[in-house]
Ligand binder design. Structure first.
Ligand code: ADP
Ligand code: MG
Ligand code: MG
Length: 883
């Protein structure tokens, strides 16, 4: 097997198509080398090595060593330096690179190959002793931290003390001789911590670093990240070994990161930061404040330091040419790392850049206009779940802001919540339902779970490309970074700013679009669904086959869903309409009635209220189809709970209080989920369903007379297990329709169908379809009944199941395609065989989950239905599924 792939010097063994094998970073380094861009040469140990490593009890393939030695020898020839040679040392970086980019998860080691001798060699060769020792101390710090597990802080403390003693404020004030002293202290610290000295043999260093990269694939951080983003652990990571280039060789050297377009807004124009005389991650780590790449960015940020455009015009021109080249080649916005070594440009990384949703939309739409991509490609470019960000409120413009602090607008959107200073705390409190804002000096990969749990993130330090900014943009959390006015006291759990003290638990609002942190909870307004969003949605609507409906019953929700583009109602839960204050008494009266007469009398009170509810919905939905589910939950859910409730019912009905309590007891069930609910209620108390059917048909007649538009009702009978149940109830509903037709002179336009939510119903779909004009898959209950797992109780052990790998995803969030999905497919086949043209849809939570929507497309459903805020997500996901 070929385990090692070389790149550099205008050619490469692989290219960008080899992403699975070479990882994203390795594949793109190879691609850039092939494009003839200036890439320091190197080689990649493939992801297959990682897989083999874990399959063989953490040992390498036997021929790996030889292949690495060959590649190293070839690299030495290419750059004219020798690994470990004191007179002319080759130094390398060791960089991880998985298939999917996992920012900050895997650590990189730079300047590998240095020891006392090679450091001297580097000093002589470069004629710059300070540079050589600066590289050496960086190497010891990084290697010790990443490979040996001696924390970064150990070295930071030594350095801080050293600087304090000499009254230095910047690292750049430290001389060569002084770095030498620091290095001695560093090495002593490693020896103290580990009981063995810092490794001096470059080959030991190399294999140590390789082992650390492969080892980090299974560390907690990486596991958490993978779980969060559904990345299988079987993918593995690659390791890239690359000849070093140096951004820390004085004032004509620099290192930087850039995006070919603004990742926050999507605006066309280069966007990035750089640092003169610096190495590697200095920019991202926020050690010194970076400078702006372009002059326009500098002006916008009101920065006083010169931009690269003016400070290094020649390299800048070369760099922007590379940007254009890469963007045209990849046909997408690129996120780029580069280094300038004594005026010479080197490309170290490119990848499709992470971006906010707003930027994703703008870039996709702009690129269609630029003829770089097609409309369908644009539709495929935007992650549907990301749309969520846009659909939520921003701060009301007219609100007078009480600004606590201002930082950088690192990730747009706005959110309010209680201040929390710790990631674990954020996670715990969010799990208890509290909205929290995570406030940190800066964030690191250890904070990711807390960032995920928080509504928004604020950091005191760090730039637009800091860890917090990058991760927040990826997660769609509003973020303000580098709010330098904030002084955090993690002991007292407070932060001070502008003379005020904010305590843990105080409510603040974060505006990621302006970079402001506000006191209190600011009023929010609904977003506008226009511009790029509207354009992309139009293309999505053109591309999709399935229609998208909504699950809604209140007029407000129905209206919202319609504005989001819902083409009908897939599920209107009538029982929600029973709880309103003005009707619950009548509902209780109906339930507690001792006989049919009493029930009918109570139902007569409910009828006009239900009719008004439906009329309101029909007015909003006009001629769009509305699936209305007849009463589903067990009656006892509506029972009185307090003395007061019971007395109210007693007064209204004249029934004795005693008797009412007894009746309530009679109705209670030991397992209501599998008890007297759904169509079983309709069989026992047909007058309930008849009242509801009447309310629907009368509402249709009413609205049709009023507006001239004919409403379309789909009357849905829930929890059917047998064809007979449906047959009986259908006859009754039809009879009501005929009555209403006679009484009002308006013939209601309606279908009668059922929800498929029991395995038996799925299996006997053929018989059932004889009486049903449509099926709607109620995948919440179908999941419960297929697994025999109650949704309300699953939470207690679902975590263990996910942990143990028994479930890959929560089956209540993403449809279990193997099991529940099989039942759906069976029902589709048997249903359509019995009744060609049978209308099919899904109305469980899954109707808004992109992966489940893909399944629905392949199962041939006619529509998906989801909660109002997920309608745009479903429209886009349905389009992607169809493309
Ligand atoms: P990450 O995935 O965290 O970005 P990278 O492997 O890209 O890690 O490297 C971290 C930093 O080190 C980046 O700024 C990168 O540009 C720099 N770097 C990596 N390899 C080299 C090299 N051979 N020469 C100079 N700088 C390098
Ligand atoms: Mg890193
Ligand atoms: Mg990188």
């Amino acid at each position: 097997t070929k385990w090692v792939y070389a790149f550099g010097g205008g050619s490469a063994d692989g290219d960008r198509e080899d992403r699975n094998l070479l990882g994203g970073k390795g594949a793109n380094l190879a691609e850039m080398a092939k494009l003839g861009l200036p890439v320091p040469p190197g080689f990649t140990l493939t992801t297959a090595v990682c897989t083999a490593f874990y399959e063989n009890d953490r040992s390498y393939p036997s021929d790996l060593n030889d292949q690495v030695e060959d590649a190293l020898a070839a690299l030495e020839t290419k750059v004219g330096k020798t690994f470990g040679d004191p007179s002319n040392p080759l130094l390398v970086s060791v960089r991880s690179g998985a298939r999917a980019s996992m920012p900050g998860m895997m650590d990189t080691v730079l300047n590998l190959g240095l020891n006392d001798e090679t450091a001297e060699g580097l000093a002589k060769l470069s004629g710059d002793r300070r540079f050589a020792l600066d590289s050496y101390r960086r190497f010891i710090t990084m290697y010790s931290d990443v490979v040996l597990g001696v924390p970064h802080a150990t070295f930071e403390e030594i350095l801080e003390t050293f600087k304090e003693e000499r009254d230095y404020s910047l690292d750049t004030e430290i001389s060569a001789e002084e770095w030498e002293e620091v290095i001695v202290e560093y090495k002593a610290a490693v020896k103290r911590a580990l009981d063995f000295p810092f490794p001096t043999d470059p080959r030991d260093q190399l294999w140590g670093a390789i082992g650390a990269v492969f080892g980090s694939w299974m560390n907690d951080r990486a596991n958490t990240y993978r779980r969060m983003y559904d990345i299988p652990s079987s993918w593995g990571t690659a390791v890239n070994i690359q000849a070093m280039v140096f951004g820390n060789m004085g004032d004509t050297s620099a290192t930087g990161v850039a995006f070919t377009r603004d990742p926050s807004t999507g605006e066309k124009g280069y966007y990035g930061e750089f640092l003169i005389n610096a190495q590697g991650e200095d920019v991202v780590a926020g050690i010194r404040t970076p400078q702006c790449l372009t002059e326009s960015m500098r002006i916008k940020m009101n920065d006083h330091l010169p931009s690269m455009e003016t400070a290094m015009p020649d390299v800048f021109a070369q760099l922007t040419e590379v940007f254009d080249n890469l963007e045209n080649h990849y046909r997408d916005m690129q996120d780029i790392e580069f280094t300038v070594e004594q005026g010479r440009l080197w490309m170290l990384q490119t990848r499709n850049g992470k971006r906010t949703t707003k930027a994703a939309l703008k870039i996709a739409v702009d690129m269609v206009a630029e003829k770089l991509i097609t409309e369908d490609e644009a539709v495929l470019r935007v992650d549907p779940t990301q749309l969520d960000q846009l659909l939520h409120p921003t701060i009301d413009e007219s609100y007078t802001r009480d600004v606590l602090a201002k930082g950088l607008p690192a990730s747009p959107g706005a959110a309010s919540g209680a201040v929390v200073f710790d990631a674990d705390e954020a996670e715990t409190r969010a799990a208890q339902g509290e909205k929290v804002i995570l406030v940190r000096v800066e964030t690191s990969p250890e904070d990711i779970h807390g960032m995920h749990a928080a509504q928004a993130i604020v950091t005191a330090r760090g730039g637009m490309t800091s860890h917090a900014a990058v991760v927040a943009r990826g997660m769609g959390r509003p973020c303000v970074s580098g709010a330098g006015e904030i002084r955090i006291d993690t002991e007292a759990l407070t932060f001070t700013t502008r003379g005020r003290v904010i305590k843990d638990g105080d409510i603040v609002t974060v505006d990621g679009a302006t970079g402001e942190v506000l006191m209190g909870e600011a009023p929010m307004i609904k977003p506008e669904m226009t511009g790029d969003f509207a354009a992309l949605m139009e293309w999505a609507d053109k591309a999709r086959r399935m229609t998208v409906r909504t699950n809604a019953e209140t007029p407000a929700d129905v209206q919202t869903a319609k504005e989001f583009g819902a083409e009908g109602i897939g599920l209107c839960r009538t029982e929600h309409m029973f709880f309103d204050a003005d009707r619950i008494a009548a509902v209780r009266e109906m339930i507690l009635a001792e006989d049919q007469m009493g029930r009918v009398a109570a139902l007569a009170k409910i009828l006009p209220m239900q009719r008004d509810d439906f009329a309101e919905i029909f007015r909003i939905m006009e001629d769009r189809p509305c699936t209305i589910r007849l009463l589903d939950p067990p009656l006892h859910e509506f029972l009185p709970h307090t003395e007061e409730d019971v007395h109210a019912v007693a007064e209204a009905t004249g029934l004795p209080v005693e008797g009412l309590w007894q009746r309530a007891k009679d109705l209670s069930e030991s397992n209501p989920m599998l008890g007297h609910r759904g169509c079983r209620l309709g069989i026992t108390f047909p007058e309930i369903y008849e009242m509801q059917a009447r309310a629907i048909f009368e509402a249709q007649a009413l609205v049709e007379k009023e507006t001239g538009v004919k409403p379309v009702a789909e009357v849905m009978i829930p929890l059917v297990a047998t064809a007979k149940e449906l047959e009986i109830l259908k006859v009754r509903v039809e009879a009501v329709a005929d009555d209403v037709d006679r009484e009002t002179g308006v013939k209601p336009k309606y279908l009668i169908g059922t929800m498929i939510e029991l395995p038996r119903a799925a299996l006997r779909a053929g018989d059932i379809a004889a009486h049903a004009e449509f099926f709607s898959f109620g995948t919440n209950d179908l999941t419960q009944t297929t697994f025999g797992l109650s949704r309300d109780d699953a939470g207690k052990f679902l975590g263990d199941y996910l942990e143990a790998g028994i479930f890959e995803k929560d089956p209540f969030v993403s449809l279990d395609q193997d099991g529940v999905g099989d039942l759906v497919k069976i029902a589709v086949d048997r249903g359509r065989a019995a009744r060609p043209g049978l209308k099919l849809g899904i109305c469980g939570e899954h109707g808004g989950d992109p992966a489940s929507i893909h399944f629905c497309e392949s199962a041939g459903l006619d529509y998906v239905s989801c909660s109002p805020y997920r309608v745009p997500i479903a429209r886009l996901a349905a389009a992607q599924a169809a493309l």
